[in-house]
Design a protein around this ligand. Sequence first.
Ligand code: 3PG
Length: 379
Amino acid sequence: MAHMHLPQITDMPSLRGKRVILRTSLDVPIENGEVTNDFRIIRALPTIQYLREQGAKVILLTHVGRDPKNTVEPITRALQKHIPITYIPEVTGTLVEAALQSLGEGETLLLENLRSRNEEEQNDVAFAQTLASYADYYVNDAFAVSHRAHASIVGIPGHIPGYAGLTFTEEYEHLAKALEPEHPALFIIGGAKFETKLPLIERYAQAYEQVFVGGALANDLIKAKGHEVGISLLSPIDLTGTPVMEHTNILTPIDVVVDGPQGRHTAPVAGVATDEKILDVGEASIEMLKPYITRARTILWNGPLGNYEGGFDVATKACALLIAESDAFSIVGGGDTVAAIESLGVSDKFGFLSTAGGAMLEFLEKGSLPGIDVLMNAK
Ligand code: 3PG
């Protein structure tokens, strides 16, 4: 339920000398032992600072990536540029217990990668109970992972009182605006995996004036319209004749950037060869999108328009610049999409940049998340 009261850290009783478990979302990119994008680090700081200023003893938890061998050690160094922090190389055990004994008011510990323990993803009751026993209160500031019913998201707040952190609340309030937008409203969606995004596209085709589909998602629609897509990335579903094809307000690219034996070039959507691969949205499509961006009062965007990781970022950046110039209230999420906006130096021209990707999509589709429900339904 999107409009019930979310218990917030500003509602918490006096925190002086109290231990607080702070579940953050410091799942940042790391290369050669260094954090390469500190967007989530910066966004985690206000809640950490708030708790420190209240005199709480802060126990910081995060996961990093999906490999259980990943360590949060590089994240410690990135955080230490902003706040003093002590890294404990385990999630539960004697090292944590000893560190808790000497933890002073306003001091912060960072425990090892939660996913180094398989009990985290299993939402193991004993694991959640042990973590809960370390603290008086629980704060969730990890909106980006609140679509996961993991121990640190839904387990711990079953044992100790739970609250939403400052960034979590900000995410929740801004994304809730997308559920009841000012019209005209435009939804731009990119990335891949149509099968997971179909309900979302259906919902916004009904709720918003326009939906523009880019990225590999567009390949599925282009194919279902009867065009050749060559060796482009496709989802494992055939959309031909399905209800999603009947929405006249779902816009797809009219030209695409392709690569193949004839080299890299832009082709009309009906002109892709059997040995070519679609990798980006073309310039004419961005021109087509322009008046919709200009006219919109609300723009919601998630996912790059091209193969961003492969370097095909032209359409994504062109779209970002058009939105930056528009008067619409813009809400954007997804790592690559936000990275494109940051690389252009236009972040301040956007209404809200979400730290979430998958969680944002699930919230937009369902109107809530397991991590929101558990806080709202707590006794
Ligand atoms: C994210 O990066 O979106 C979150 O950290 C969630 O990660 P996950 O998809 O591995 O659960």
